[in-house]
Design a protein around this ligand. Structure first.
Ligand code: PLP
Length: 448
């Protein structure tokens, strides 16, 4: 475009969409038929011309407290005026400590040490690095192998894509990290189709870790990383007993267990962390998204006290872990996190998610029997509907569903291939749950 056109680009109604290369987006289709939101409040987005769009995905699984909540907005505004930035390398600021101790209170067991990052990807890479460095502190530096899972998603850093199990994230990027292996994913439609909550079938899939240990030897394995519920590859709740079994096998061989709770944290499954729902205490939890309800980027790793203690050796003037980000524990993010955690507590939003779980599942399962619906899964305030692919065009029906939901039916949701994923803000009302299910039903018919 001509320079003049760029200069004229309006901030609310841009007429030049050329220069933003959008992430994880079909850029040409998007720019031909854009989906742009300009404002938001509570359960809704609004387009620049004032059209209301129900947020069926909490943005990107992050806006758990609902949009533009007054206490969070004010806290961010006040913080921007008080302290814009403070280094967290050799210096600090008060709110970082407060957020860390609040998170330690929410985390299970003795996970009470918080390392701050800015994105789920950074949190995943940080947890993997802490695992490897921990074994060095134990004189077991040969324990460097990392075990992920097929259909896992741990962000887009080289560590995350190496342990992740999404082929499109991996295939372009060469050999990635050496010394990685993968557990099988836990989805089996023949055994699990239309399970509400955790499927009965599949706990034995955790035993595959024994095979991996037999192949590589436990003395070479640093950690296993899994999402308690795989979100980005289509909502795969863990089979009953699976995570407990994984914990037992990790304990048997001294392997660290990392839960990636970037999606499942902060009430999504009805608890502060899914670890609590499943009664399993991992060695580290990664978090992001919901910690600030998506308002300001923040993420981190919550680590067991014993892992932190293992680093606190050697001369006291020496940095114990050579790792960190300029924006680790950013003051704006800390202010947003504190206000968000207050909203979760004061409005009992985690309990709310738990109490709505059955009504949510009823509403989403009412879509069974609609054209092309092959499977439905729900857990907490999350739901997924698998649609049959069109012949020779995997993902096309899903894409059209997402686009038409936004453009014609006033509903935002995510799709993975031909799977619709739903995860509303935890303030969703019963009526709005009905409205979401109704709109999804209309969209499914429209794309039949
Ligand atoms: N881990 C999980 C489980 C996720 O779902 C995501 C993002 O969806 C990430 C990590 C990556 O987070 P980010 O996009 O903030 O880097």
């Amino acid at each position: 475009p001509a320079q003049g056109l760029r200069a004229a680009n309006d901030v609310t109604n841009p007429n030049d969409l050329d220069s933003w290369w959008l992430p994880f987006t079909a850029n040409r289709s998007f720019k031909a038929r854009p989906r742009i939101v300009a404002r938001a409040k509570d359960m809704y987005y609004y387009t620049a011309d004032g059209r209301q769009v129900m947020d069926g995905s909490a943005g990107l699984w992050c806006v758990n407290a609902g949009h533009n909540r007054d206490p969070i907005v004010s806290a961010i505004q006040a913080q921007a005026a008080e302290l814009d930035f403070a280094p967290a390398f050799q210096f600090a600021h008060p709110k970082g400590f407060t957020v860390a101790s609040r998170l330690a209170e929410l985390a299970p067991g003795d996970l009470d040490q918080v390392f701050f990052c800015n994105s789920g990807s950074e949190a995943g890479d940080t947890a993997l690095k802490i695992a490897i460095a921990y074994w060095h502190t134990q004189g077991q530096g040969q324990r460097s192998r990392l075990i992920g899972r097929e259909r896992g998603y741990h962000g887009v850093g080289f560590g995350g894509i190496s342990v992740g199990g999404i082929v499109a994230n991996r295939k372009l990027f060469g050999s990635l990290l050496a010394g990685v292996d993968h557990l099988p994913h836990t989805y089996n439609r023949a055994e699990q189709a239309f399970s509400r909550g955790e499927p009965e079938w599949g706990a034995h899939l955790a035993d595959d870790l024994e095979r991996i240990v037999a192949l590589h030897d436990a003395s070479t394995i640093a950690a296993v990383i899994v999402e308690p519920m795989a979100g980005s590859t289509g909502v795969l709740p863990p089979p009953k007993g699976y995570l407990k079994r994984l914990r037992q096998i990790c304990d048997k061989f001294g392997i660290l267990l990392i839960f990636d709770e970037v999606i499942t944290g902060f009430g999504r499954t009805g608890f502060a962390f899914a670890a609590e729902r499943y009664g399993v205490v991992p060695d580290m939890i990664t978090f992001a998204k919901g910690v600030t309800s998506g308002t300001v980027p923040m993420a981190g790793v919550i680590v067991r006290r014993g892992i932190y203690d293992a680093f606190m050796k050697g001369p006291e003037h020496v940095i114990e872990l050579f790792h960190g980000y300029t924006y680790s524990g950013h003051p704006l993010a800390c202010a947003a996190a504190l206000a968000t955690l207050d909203v979760y507590r004061d409005e009992k939003l985690f309990e709310r998610a738990r109490s709505l779980e059955d009504k949510w599942a009823d509403a989403i399962f009412s879509l069974k029997g609609l054209p092309n619906v092959l499977d439905i899964r729900t857990i907490g305030l999350v739901g997924a509907v698998d649609l049959a692919s069109r012949p020779d065009a995997v993902g096309q029906r899903g894409y059209e569903a997402m686009d038409r939901a936004f453009q014609e039916y006033g509903l935002m949701f995510r799709v993975t291939g031909d799977t619709i994923a739903l995860s509303p803000p935890l303030i969703v009302t019963e009526d709005q749950i009905g409205e979401i299910a109704d709109k999804v039903g209309k969209v499914i018919r429209a794309v039949a």
